[in-house]
Design a protein around this ligand. Structure first.
Ligand SMILES: *Cc1c(COP(=O)(O)O)cnc(C)c1O
Length: 359
């Protein structure tokens, strides 16, 4: 016999991750495959992080610091925010899940962009919440519609800035204007996984001085090149952080993750090298994709969202045979769009060359 979970758990569709390189090489018999599917840092991990992690390995028999003191201290200094307002997580996915677990009740609504990051919906449904999915408008998050939809049955709002999968951006003024319209008893969680790539990154958490319902989420998975380490954090009013810290796993971030993330914060060379590559290669890819007949959208992230008059699934599949993993947006409701992570120079050139051959 099978034991059934609650009906709301049955509704969850499993997260579909970007195809790992090893899997492609196994299944398609290609070598030296290039992954431009999960918005990872093409340079690899931050060298500072690697060095410090290596040094810390001899202490792996000890439990991590449950409070993550060193990392939170560093973040606190860097971001000019109290340590009591920082919650670290097993990736920012963990913070998303913890917010839902702590502040959602069965039957209450969570507003999110559609399409959007799948973890908002999965975490909402996991708590018996009701996802309210607001369609993008001109491929941007429709803040007006979201504000209109926020009612007395709403507990949480997720927005993504820069947005995934389209790369659109919400300026500081527009964000503030939006939060102003949201009732104080609804949490506004701003997912800033790609903020380091924005033309002019800003610290949304400073709005916390005036609004007691804002949460900013950041990660080490993208700009810092530590996706495999699993570490991210949320910045929130201390009353909220206290709640999340009570219900999280005491060791939700490993000792390596804490040490690596703290070191990466000091690695400003790595960060600026990464930013520089993304900004210059973005130009190259935009040009190349345009030449091939794609409609290319403005992006402030490390990926490019592009549309074409051919089924994206077919292009995705054909690219796999060339050893290039992209992301078809058909599962996100855009059957004629793809998302390409900006990679190293040679990877981007291979992408354009391969697209030329398969289109
Ligand atoms: C990649 C990404 C994250 C980061 O997830 P981690 O769990 O920190 O690796 C969060 N939100 C969005 C929108 C992302 O694309």
């Amino acid at each position: 016999m099978e034991i059934n979970p609650p009906e709301y758990i049955n509704k969850i569709k499993a997260y579909k991750a970007g195809k790992p390189i090893e899997e492609l090489e196994r299944q398609y018999g290609v070598k030296n495959a290039v992954k431009l599917a999960s918005n990872e840092n093409p340079f690899g991990p931050s060298p500072y992080a690697l060095k410090e992690i290596e040094k810390s390995l001899l202490k792996l028999h000890r439990y991590p610091d449950s409070g993550g003191y060193e990392l939170r201290k560093k973040l606190s200094d860097k971001l000019d925010i109290s340590m009591d307002s920082i919650v670290t997580g097993n990736g920012s996915d963990d913070i998303i899940a913890l917010l839902c677990k702590a502040f959602l009740r069965e039957g209450r609504k969570v507003i999110m962009p559609d399409p959007g990051f799948l973890m908002y919906e999965i975490s909402t449904l996991s708590e018996g919440g009701i996802p309210v999915k607001i369609p993008l408008k001109d491929f941007c998050i429709d803040l007006d519609k979201i504000a209109e939809s926020a009612d007395e049955n709403t507990s949480l709002i997720f927005i993504t800035n820069p947005n995934n999968p389209t790369g659109s951006f919400i300026t500081k003024d527009r964000l503030e204007n939006f939060i102003e319209k949201i009732p104080e008893n609804i949490i506004v969680a701003v997912d800033e996984a790609y903020m380091e790539f924005a033309d002019e990154p800003y610290n949304s958490h400073l709005l916390m001085e005036r609004y007691s319902n804002i949460v900013s989420m950041r990660t080490f998975s993208k700009a810092y090149g530590l996706a495999g380490l699993r570490i991210g954090y949320g910045l929130m009013p201390s009353y909220m952080a206290k709640v999340l810290n009570k219900i999280r796993q005491p060791f939700n971030t490993s000792s390596s993750a804490q040490v690596g993330a703290a070191a990466a914060l000091d690695d400003s060379d790595f960060l600026s090298k990464t930013r520089k590559l993304i900004l210059s290669e973005k130009k190259f890819l935009k040009y190349g994709l345009n030449e091939l007949g794609f409609t290319v959208y403005d992006t402030q992230a490390n990926f490019i969202f592009a549309g074409i008059d051919q089924p994206a699934d077919e292009i995705y599949e054909k690219l796999l045979y060339k050893g290039v993993i992209a992301r078809s947006m058909s599962a996100y409701g855009y059957p004629l769009h793809l998302r390409f992570t900006i990679g190293l120079e040679e990877e981007n050139r291979l992408l354009i060359k391969s697209l030329k051959e398969v289109l």
